[in-house]
Structures are given as structure tokens and as C-alpha cells.
Design a protein around this ligand. Structure first.
Ligand code: ANZ
Ligand code: ZN
Length: 813
């Protein structure tokens, strides 16, 4: 048969769409599989990274359908976000038009690859229907006290009067106008993800072996549980302020055992004590300006700078020794962690050591370092620590914490690195926050019956300020409580909010979407996601937020799930000439061109054959052509197929060596594919495809039509998840698609006729023999000695070793 990829692929894509072939079935008595790939951002075109991602999920989804599962394999669009606004500024388009046009284009590109997505469950997070339910969820969370408002620092361009996202700050300057960016304190909304820190951490243990270790570790580190002591140093002189007297300074330490080594305390530049000194005019101008400058440097940047600080010319009193300890402001102390102040122990901490060396502060050793140089950061035996001398660190920590607790000077605390999640953005293209500011009643949620709050379309997007804030009427509304004129919130939501629950939303059948966020029955049937496939770049935020949302939704009564994704498969990068494919590197291969030239099946086969999913995939033109040739070879011998609707019978008596081998290779491929399609099997399609290629070669070395037919019946079945179009074409013609079910492995066919046994003398290879499988050791030894005559003739055999079915070793003297 001539292989005409274009014709075959168009034909089957049309048939699949017309028949609704890939819609999940209503029948909930069937076992289910929910196969999900991370949804794409509609940037304009599908790239190879997407192709790889969806080739993997599609292969899995297709296989499970054939194995009798009801499969949900949806796709949607992570459609809000900054690029649409940037495009609006650059090309004078509207973000909405730009986004939906991109979606239309990318949808076409996706389906040209033959992916078996459910068409009816598609969603875009910028759909008003999606916004409605997201706003409804926001209100539930607000009412539950899970969302609050507080001041936080944002990147601010004083020229454009606009908040900048981190990506819009380039070397400390505004991306549009080059004005130096400052840190501005503004009201922001936060979600209390820290309320769930402990559960988010603990539940990672349940995902052991089901998620990549690397991801589990990254999540654990991000949550960053840390146990220690929080206590207060007394200020040498209380500080009088308009808001009252400040007497003390709280610090958090994980090394209470080093308390006798404190030589200074370091404060974040935003620390309330520092702010009070500035507000009370108790700081000279020069110092004040230095501190303000530090405050204006984003924390991330500070972390990369050299250690820097300033003395505040104030002291606190050491709780044991009564010594005066100087206070400093330092760029390595973060206001958002612990209490924003540190007891510094230069002898046993790197940062403290660098800082003390630079500013000539004392370095007091209090842990025996076994003569290793300072800073010595490990635990050990205490020295120079009064009553605690000679104790082990762990023990000393306990005793010192006990002392503080007994004397009400401090307490054991658990801190998490995890911060509450700032969810408000001062931009247009996002979900409007459904809150209303009333002069009488404060901040209130909008009434649910008024949802969705829609984005106005008549906006000016020019990069200055927030278009919603500037809109003439958007903000005007009535207070839901007292009915008076009030103002609508003009911030929109972080787009990570939308991607934190889209996988739950897909479970809602289209007919119920308008009236229900989730249909309970469907949601319980489909959740949890069985296989979640996507890029490692989402290892932290997206996955953490999704896990968090699932737990919140559980506590709100919307789901029974606690962990959304049973298995996680992170695919490797697609590279060319050793570098990640990217526009800036100019090494991009456009999927469209490949499909144009070779067809979708070739593209899919190449992608899945070139590397196992978790590994990097290096682009290779000759391997691509090899994939094309394989499909052509698959089509070349179809005249050998006997049409049938069941597994062809093979008369196995008196088969030739090549005929036996062909059957063996076919069933080996089937066995390999059964192993491949499981998380534990790693979905290593490459080895399974290699087995299919070997099987086709072996079939070609014989011309028994029964064996050809059996081989095709099985190979088309195995290869359908990889190269669906050609498999459907051939399968329809010869087997009426009846081969797309589970096929049993014929174990008989796998048996070896003869096994090669390597013969060694004193460990050196000296020959080989062929024997029937499972021959007795005596029989094998007899044959072996015969063969090895010339190596053992005038020697004494001191040892005979037989490794069944593998090897004989004779030890001679
Ligand atoms: C004294 C000390 C001695 C410390 C020593 C460490 C080693 P983890 O484990 O990450 O929780 N620290 C506390 N609050 C901080 C803040 N807001 N910004 C920067 N650093 C802060 O780290 C806890 C340790 O980090 C604390 O223990 C404190 O320094 C510092 F040999 O206290 B340690
Ligand atoms: Zn009111």
C-alpha cells in the first residue's frame, strides 16, 4: 500500500471528531482513568515542548481506552496573563481578541496531531463562565477567612505609575521606560496557604514513588519546616514611640545551643524597630537614606549582593551573660521570615561570619570544632557556655529552650519558609476580584447572584497604571449590604488561581457547567487524576497551589480528594544542538513543518521513540526520517494480511526457525508494551517501539501469512497509541477495528528453542554451546568439557560452576 499520510490523517481526524470518539462515556460502572497534561498558555503556536507533552498523555489515554477504561483526557487554555497585555500594547489589539484568536489557531494545530482530547470539555480560564466559578470560590474562601488583605511590597515604576511583575524588572529598571524601580508598600490580598503548611508537607510522604523524587524534595524545601526557639532580647534603653514603648527585640533561632556565641543582632531593613526609629526622627539622615535604599532593593536582589549592613548604635542585653549586644541592619535578614531579626553567631554561621569579618565584630566560638576552621556550622559539644559546657548540641537546645519557657522568656516554635500567597495583581487581563469597598461596611464580597463580574472591554491598555482602576465606570457599584454607592475592587487575580482547580472543573459535564461548579457524582467518579504529565518548571508553585486548592475545596465540601494527582510524570526538555529549543536561540523546529512534510504519525513516532519521557529529547533529523521509513515499511506488506475480526489462528506445528522467531518477536513486543504502560514501567515508549521494529523485521524474514496476520493484528494494536492514524486505517480495512482490545500474550511463543551457554575457563571465554532450555547441569557440564578439551586436558579441575541457562566456568590448576 502507498503511504499517504496527509489523506489518511485528515480522514481519521474528521471521523474521530464526527463520532465524538474521544468523549468520556456516561457509564460510571466502568473503571476510569483520568489522564491529564498540563494545559498550555495560548501564546500563538504549538511548540515541540507541547507536542511532546501531549504525545505522552495521548499515548497513555489511547492505551487505557483499549484496555477497557472510560478515559477522561481533556485540554484547555491557561488564558489570562501578561503576554496578552504586552501584545495589546505592542500591536494595538485587544487582549481578549488576541487570546481567543491564538486559542483557535492552537486548537487547529493540536488536532492536526490527532490527539484524543475530549472536545466538549475544553475550557479557557478567561471564559466568563470560568470566571464566575472562580469568583464564587474566592467568595467561599473569603467567607471562611482564608483570604485577607495586608500591606506588601511591590515593584513600582514611578514614571509609568504602575506595578511591575518581577519579569518586567530588568536589571532593577522598568522594562518600558528604564526608570529605576522602587519597592512600594501597597494593599494586597493573600491566601492563607500557611494554614495548610503542615498537611502539605506530611502528604508528600503519600506521594513517595508516585511523583519524581526531585519534585518531592523541591516541595519539601519550599515549605521549609524549621523548628527552633523564639525569644526576646531586652533593649538596653526602651524606645519611646507615639504608638507606645518598645522594650524588646524578638529573634528566631534554630541554634539555641549557640546562644553564648551571639556577638550582634541583625534586623531586616523593614523591621518595625527600624521603621520606628525613622518615624520618630531618631536616626541621622545619612543612615536613614542608606536604609531606605536597602528597602528599595527587591529581596531577591539583596540575596545576591555582598553582605552589607549598618550599625543602629543601640544595644540589647544578652539573657545569660548580661553583656551588651549591638544592633545592626543587614541585607541578608528577611522581614517575612521568623520575626525579621536574627541573633548572629559568626563562629558558627556562614552569613554571620562574613558580616562580622567585614565589620570587625567579635567572633566567639561556643561549639568545639575539632580544630576545623571557623565558621564551624555543624553541631557538636558546647564550650564557653557556662552551665551548658560539655553538652551535645541537641541536648543543649532542649535544655536552653526549657529554661526560656520556664522563665517565660521565649518558646519553642515551628516556622515555615512557605509564605502566604499574594494573589492580587494590578492588571487588566485577569479574573476580577469580587470584592466591594463600602465606606460604611468595609470590604465585602459581591453577591453570588451578580457573578460573574465581567471585565469591561472598552479599556485603554498603554502600560501606565491599571486599566481597571482608570476605567470610568467599572469601579462604581452598590454595597451589597447597605445599598449605598460603593467601589468595586480593581485588582485582578494571579493566574495561578485559575490553574489551581481547572483539573477539577474538567470533571463537570458540559451540560451542567452553567449551573454547577462541580457535579458531585462526576467529580467523585473522575478524581483523582491518574496520570498528570507536564514540565518540571511547574515542580513547585503550580503543583503546590493545586494541592492546596484541593485541600481547601475538600474542607469547603466540594470534593473528597486530598491530593489531586495520583501520579506525576515530568517530561524532559526538547533540545537541538544541545540547547533548549527557543526562539532566542534560533534553533526551533516548527511542528507544523514536520507535519506538513512527514505527517503527524511520523512526528509522534519520532518524539516517543527518541527518548523515554523523563529524559531530554535531542532533535535528530535522520531519526525523524527513520520514523517515516518505519511507517512506510509497516504499510508495505499489507497484502499478506488475511482479513479477520479476531486474533488470527496460527498452525504452530512444524514452523521454521524464522517463523518461530517472528512470532516470538511479536509477542515480545506485546509483552514490552504491557510493561511500558504503567507508572512503574516509566512509560518508556522507546523500548516498546524498538521491540515493534524488531518484530516487523522478523516478520519480513518469513512469508507465512498466518503469522503475518497475527503479527499485524497485534502490532497495530500496540502501535495505535503512538501512530493512531495509520493504525486505524489498516485496522479498519483488515480487522474492522476488532484488534483494538486487550490481546493475551501467547507464552508458548516466547519459549526459546535453544539457549546459548558461554563457556569459560578460569574466567576467560573459551567457547559456547547451544542447549535446550532448562537442561540439567550434568548434561551441560558433559557437553562443556567436551568442547573445552584443549583447555583442560592436562590440568586438574578444582571447581565447576554452572549458572543455569547462561554460563559454565571451570577453575583449573
Ligand atoms: C542563630 C544561629 C546560629 C543560626 C547558627 C544559625 C546557625 P532555617 O533553618 O532556614 O529556619 N534567621 C532567622 N530568621 C531569619 C530571617 N528573618 N532572615 C534571615 N535569617 C534568619 O534558618 C533559621 C536560622 O536562620 C536561624 O538560626 C537564624 O540564624 C536565621 F550557628 O540563629 B540562626
Ligand atoms: Zn455598605
Amino acid at each position: 500500500m502507498e503511504y499517504n499520510a496527509k489523506e489518511i490523517e485528515r480522514k481519521w481526524q474528521d471521523i474521530w471528531e464526527e463520532n465524538g470518539e474521544y468523549e468520556p462515556k456516561e457509564d460510571k460502572s466502568k473503571p476510569k482513568k483520568y489522564i491529564l497534561s498540563m494545559f498550555p498558555y495560548p501564546s500563538g503556536n504549538i511548540h515541540m515542548g507541547h507536542v511532546r507533552n501531549y504525545c505522552i498523555s495521548d499515548a497513555i489515554a489511547r492505551r487505557f481506552r483499549k484496555d477497557g477504561f472510560n478515559v477522561l483526557h481533556p485540554i484547555g487554555w491557561d488564558a489570562f496573563g501578561m503576554p496578552a497585555e504586552n501584545a495589546a500594547i505592542k500591536h494595538k489589539t485587544h487582549p481578549k481578541n488576541w487570546t481567543y484568536a491564538n486559542i483557535d489557531n492552537m486548537r487547529k494545530e493540536l488536532y492536526s496531531l490527532g490527539f484524543s482530547f475530549s472536545r466538549t470539555r475544553e475550557l479557557a480560564t478567561c471564559d466568563e463562565e470560568y470566571s464566575k466559578w472562580e469568583q464564587s470560590l474566592f467568595i467561599d474562601m473569603w467567607n471562611k477567612g482564608l483570604i485577607y488583605r495586608k500591606k506588601g511590597y511591590l515593584n513600582w515604576c514611578p514614571n509609568d505609575k504602575t506595578v511591575l511583575a518581577n519579569e518586567q524588572v530588568v536589571e532593577g529598571k522598568c522594562w518600558r521606560c528604564d526608570t529605576p524601580v522602587v519597592q512600594k508598600e501597597m494593599y494586597q490580598y493573600y491566601v492563607k496557604i500557611t494554614d495548610y503548611a503542615q498537611e502539605l508537607l506530611e502528604d508528600l510522604d503519600k506521594l513517595e514513588g508516585k511523583w519524581p523524587n526531585q519534585v518531592l524534595t523541591m516541595q519539601r524545601n519550599w515549605i521549609g519546616k524549621s523548628q527552633g526557639l523564639q525569644f526576646a532580647f531586652k533593649l538596653e534603653k526602651p524606645l519611646e514611640t507615639k504608638e507606645g514603648v518598645i522594650n524588646s527585640l524578638e529573634v528566631f533561632t534554630t541554634r539555641a545551643d549557640t546562644i553564648f556565641g551571639v556577638s550582634y543582632c541583625a534586623l531586616a531593613p523593614e523591621h518595625p524597630l527600624v521603621k520606628a526609629l525613622i518615624a520618630e526622627g531618631k536616626m541621622d539622615k545619612e543612615l536613614r537614606e542608606k536604609i531606605l535604599k536597602m528597602q528599595n532593593t527587591p529581596e531577591k536582589e539583596r540575596a545576591q549582593q555582598e553582605k552589607e549592613g549598618f550599625s543602629l548604635h543601640l544595644n540589647v542585653i544578652h539573657p545569660f551573660s548580661g553583656e551588651r549586644i549591638p544592633l545592626w541592619v543587614a541585607n541578608f535578614v528577611l522581614m517575612g521570615y521568623g520575626s525579621g531579626a536574627v541573633m548572629s553567631v559568626p563562629a558558627h554561621d556562614e552569613r554571620d561570619y562574613d558580616f562580622a569579618s567585614k565589620y570587625n565584630l567579635p567572633i566567639k566560638q561556643v561549639i568545639d570544632s575539632n580544630n576545623e576552621p571557623l565558621p564551624y556550622t555543624q553541631e557538636g559539644i558546647l564550650i564557653n557556655s557556662q552551665n551548658y559546657n560539655g553538652m551535645q548540641s541537641a541536648n543543649a537546645k532542649e535544655e536552653i529552650i526549657k529554661y526560656f519557657e520556664k522563665n517565660s522568656l521565649g518558646q519553642a516554635v515551628t516556622n515555615y519558609k512557605l509564605r502566604d500567597w499574594g494573589i492580587s495583581r494590578q492588571r487588566y487581563w485577569g479574573t476580577p476580584i469580587p470584592l466591594i469597598h463600602c465606606e460604611n461596611c468595609g470590604i465585602l464580597p459581591e453577591k453570588k447572584e451578580n457573578l460573574p463580574i465581567r471585565l469591561p472591554l472598552d479599556v485603554v491598555i498603554d502600560g501606565e497604571g491599571n486599566p481597571l482602576e482608570k476605567h470610568p465606570t467599572f469601579k462604581q457599584c452598590k454595597c451589597p449590604k447597605c445599598g449605598k454607592e460603593a467601589l468595586r475592587e480593581s485588582d485582578t487575580l494571579d493566574t495561578f488561581m485559575e490553574s489551581s482547580w481547572y483539573f477539577l472543573r474538567y470533571t463537570t459535564p458540559p451540560s451542567l457547567r452553567e449551573n454547577e461548579i462541580f457535579s458531585k457524582e462526576d467529580q467523585e467518579y473522575w478524581m483523582d487524576v491518574d496520570e498528570y504529565i507536564g514540565g518540571i518548571e511547574h515542580a513547585i508553585l503550580h503543583l503546590l497551589y493545586s494541592r492546596f486548592f484541593t485541600k481547601v475545596l475538600r474542607d469547603l465540601g466540594y470534593t473528597r480528594s486530598s491530593e489531586p494527582f495520583s501520579h506525576l510524570l515530568t517530561q524532559g526538555m526538547v533540545t537541538k544542538e544541545g540547547a533548549k529549543m527557543s526562539k532566542s536561540k534560533g534553533n526551533v523546529v516548527e511542528p507544523k513543518e514536520i507535519i506538513q512534510k512527514f505527517g503527524a504519525d511520523t512526528a509522534r513516532l519520532f518524539i516517543l521513540f527518541a527518548a523515554p519521557p523523563v529524559r531530554e529529547l535531542e532533535w535528530n533529523d535522520s531519526a525523524l526520517e527513520g520514523s517515516y521509513r518505519f511507517i512506510k515499511r509497516l504499510c508495505a506488506k499489507v497484502e499478506n494480511i488475511i482479513k479477520t475480526q479476531e486474533l488470527p489462528k496460527v498452525d504452530t506445528a512444524n514452523l521454521s526457525k524464522n517463523e518461530k522467531l517472528a512470532r516470538k518477536k511479536v509477542y515480545e513486543a506485546l509483552k514490552k508494551s504491557n510493561e511500558t504502560f504503567s507508572y512503574e514501567g516509566g512509560y518508556s515508549f522507546n523500548t516498546m517501539i524498538a521491540a515493534c521494529m524488531e518484530a516487523l523485521n522478523a516478520l519480513n524474514d518469513q512469508d507465512n501469512k498466518q503469522i503475518w496476520s497475527e503479527g499485524y493484528f497485534i502490532l497495530l494494536n500496540i502501535l495505535e497509541p503512538i501512530i493512531p492514524h495509520i493504525c486505524w486505517e489498516l485496522s479498519k480495512e483488515y480487522f474492522n477495528l476488532k484488534n483494538f482490545t486487550q490481546v493475551k500474550v501467547d507464552e508458548e511463543s516466547l519459549k526459546e528453542d535453544e539457549i546459548k551457554i558461554a563457556l569459560t575457563v578460569n574466567g576467560k571465554l573459551r567457547g559456547e554451546i547451544n542447549v535446550a532450555p532448562n537442561s540439567s547441569n550434568d548434561f551441560i557440564l558433559g557437553l562443556a568439557k567436551e568442547q573445552l578439551k584443549k583447555w583442560i586436558e592436562d590440568k586438574t579441575i578444582v571447581k565447576e560452576i554452572v549458572v543455569p541457562n547462561k554460563l559454565v566456568n571451570l577453575v583449573v590448576k
